[in-house]
Design a protein around this ligand. Structure first.
Ligand code: GTR
Length: 667
């Protein structure tokens, strides 16, 4: 009997424990860095693990310990107090005092931190931190444990004065932060949340290599914020975060275990960087190891029926294929914005030593002119009328494509709209843009910087054009909506919208051109916008002209790992799963038909799979032929590496001489 009642009691207490999950109460006294850490994901990580986490964040932008201290002394109601309650609801209470938040809940943990640029300088913590600890101790219950939020180092290429403290060196900044956090925890008996170490670990992986911040110092809304929350979770809940199955919206699945592992390793080894060994799998360059594959037939409908004639291709099959590429790979982009408008910003009728008429044109997408393309348009000065032209995005800024002093430099005022910008010297990329050659052959050149449309790192689409087109309440593209490559392509179409109105350019004879990632964008622009009269793909490789199923050199897995922002969310499911793709890249090339198309490789550019690009071009030719066109696809291979040089341009110019006139698109 005694035994039975013991079992009953045990059962009852188990039931009660089951009905009332553990609750953890965490208050951060911080700034935007604590906002990155706790205002999303932390509660959800707990929920996925049977733990209720009540979160508070006392937020003032850029707030230092010194300011927290004076706020405490004077009881200043300067904080925005964000609270996530037990049921996950988020409320924001403006004009709040520190004392209010400290008394608001029986907090298990209260965390402090220093403003990011001083977070590696222990000498700036005192005397403010000890005062704040005394102040808080008088308000919070005895059980409350005080913690130190170790913030993270900046991206190495940010332009910010305070970075000078660390000689603009990320490693130095991290080491100083780690050391200062060790000291402060030892001295004041604080519990450490090693977010800075977790981020540094993540930067050693392929997922973090290409930046995990949205502006060089704040975490991006996906991987960065998630990794920091994982660190908080493991440090405070005392449970391993590895294997937690909270599915962060819009995050690439493969990033989740990486963030968890980096957070876990940071909690285990909080003051040193641990390389979690999560690099891309080694690339295959062995022809014998190319998987056996069957290429989908562009001339067969998805339902298995054959395309019978050119009309069926142009009217039905082409759009079927285009929409598959759109929803599964590049993402749907908006059309031409209603409020699109242009402004001639500068003009020089005697530029480039008398060779060119040069213009800089602003292309604006709405009444808000803060986001715009600065299009550089160069046309031969001695032209008798509108000329055919090459249009392409550039990597480093318009000023980098030429040494000509007239072209505007990207200045510090503009850095803020890119979030982050690496300064490139004037003419740095001129090798790739043989302007004089192009002009002397009777063609114009138009180009803009990639960051004008979307800066090229995974900032969770906070910089760039995406946000201009969100529906109400939307904060991230849906899985079938445009990534960065589709955005660049969209920008190329907007530039064409302008060129159609430029008196010096024949808008019906514009060839869209791009190298590498910008070659991917040129191909997608050519596929989606049939006004482009010719398309040039130079070493565009994976996600461009190379056959995905060959998995030779760069693969879908490696490109998604390193550049999760390039394609749409649906494309993630084809990592290591190329056979499931409803298309392959020869069909992207076929979407250009029957317009002239150039595809080029370089012998040493194995990463971009020269053979795969050649096969794609050959396969696309079959569609051209089906439509009754011969000789419209040109393929060349250059000796050498991943680049575009005058040698390549000569091929494109020769082909344009022969073919571009063929495909005049009438206005
Ligand atoms: C590489 C990327 C390629 C290619 C290249 C580039 O890192 O893996 O897909 O686009 O960058 O744009 O130069």
């Amino acid at each position: 009997m005694k035994r039975l009642s013991t079992i009953v009691i045990l059962l009852c207490s188990a039931l009660i424990a089951g009905a009332q999950p553990d609750t953890l109460r965490v208050l951060a006294v911080g700034n935007s860095f604590s906002r990155d850490a706790v205002e999303q994901n932390l509660h959800e990580l707990g929920a996925a693990d049977g733990l209720v986490i009540i979160v508070g964040n006392m937020y003032i932008p850029g707030c230092s310990l010194e300011r927290h201290y004076s706020n405490a002394v004077d009881n200043v109601p300067d904080y925005e107090y964000c609270k996530i309650s037990a049921d996950g609801r988020r409320t924001v209470r403006p004009r709040t005092e520190l004392a209010y938040a400290l008394a608001d809940e029986p907090w298990d943990f209260v965390t402090f931190q220093q403003v990011s640029h001083d977070s590696g300088r222990y000498e700036t913590f005192v005397p403010y931190l000890p005062y704040l600890l005394d102040f808080a101790r008088k308000i919070v219950p005895e059980k409350t444990k005080f913690c130190w939020h170790q913030t993270w180092a900046y991206d190495s290429d940010i332009v910010r004065d305070t970075f000078v403290i660390y000689d603009r060196d990320q490693t130095k900044m991290y080491n100083d932060i780690a050391e200062a956090s060790r000291k402060v925890c030892d001295r004041y008996g604080l519990k450490l949340i090693p977010a800075g170490t977790a981020i540094q670990n993540l930067r050693k992986t392929v997922f973090g290599r290409n930046s995990i911040t949205r502006d060089g110092y704040h975490m991006n809304n996906t991987l960065g914020r998630y990794a920091v929350a994982c660190t908080w979770y493991e440090a405070l809940a005392g449970r391993s975060v590895e294997g937690n199955d909270y599915a962060v919206p819009f995050m690439y699945d493969a990033q989740i275990p990486a963030a968890q592992k980096c957070a876990h390793l940071a909690v285990v080894r909080p003051f040193e960087v641990t390389n979690p060994g999560m690099d891309n799998p080694p690339a295959n360059y062995d022809v014998a190891k190319i998987p056996s594959y069957t290429l989908p037939d562009p001339l067969t409908f998805a339902n298995g029926k054959k395309v019978r004639n050119a009309r069926q291709w142009m009217k039905r099959r082409r759009s079927e294929l285009l929409s598959a590429f759109e929803t599964e790979m590049y993402g749907r982009a908006p059309g031409r914005p209603e409020k699109l408008h242009f402004r001639l910003l500068r003009e020089n009728k005697d530029a480039f030593g008398g060779l060119a008429v040069a213009k800089e044109v602003g292309i604006y997408f709405s009444d808000d002119e803060s986001q715009y393309i600065r299009l550089l348009v160069l046309t031969p000065r001695d032209a008798n009328g509108p000329v055919p032209a090459f249009l392409g995005v550039n990597f480093q800024g318009n000023h980098a494509i030429t040494t000509d002093e007239w072209v505007s430099m990207i200045g510090p005022d503009e850095y803020s709209r890119y979030g982050r910008y690496t300064e490139y010297p004037r003419g740095n990329n001129a090798r790739r843009w043989p302007i004089e050659l192009i002009l002397s052959r009777g063609y114009g050149v138009a180009t803009f910087y990639r960051g004008d449309i979307d800066p090229d790192w995974d900032d969770s689409f906070t910089n760039g054009v995406h946000k201009l087109f969100y529906k109400k309440g939307q904060s991230y593209p849906e899985p079938d909506e445009w990534g960065t490559i589709a955005a660049w392509a969209w920008g190329l179409s907007r530039a064409l919208d302008y060129l159609e109105n430029d008196p010096d350019v024949d808008g019906s004879k514009v060839a869209v051109i791009g190298h590498s990632r910008l070659g991917k964008a040129a191909l997608w622009a050519g596929a989606t916008d049939q006004r482009f009269a010719m398309v040039v793909s130079n070493c565009s490789g994976c996600g461009g002209a190379a056959i995905s199923r060959r998995a030779f050199g760069e693969t879908v897995r490696t490109i998604n790992n390193q550049f999760p922002h390039w394609f749409c969310g649906n494309f993630y499911k084809y990592s290591d799963n190329e056979a499931a793709l409803p298309f392959d890249q020869h069909e992207l090339l076929a979407l250009i038909a029957p317009r002239p198309l150039c595809v080029a490789s370089a012998t040493e550019d194995l990463w971009a799979d020269p053979e795969g690009q050649k096969i794609a071009a050959e396969e696309a030719v079959k569609v051209y032929r089906f439509l009754g066109y011969e000789g419209m696809v040109q393929y060349h291979t250059r000796e050498g590496g991943h680049d575009i040089v005058a040698y390549d341009w000569n091929y494109y110019l020769d082909f344009a001489d022969q073919k571009l006139s063929h495909f005049s698109v009438t206005k």
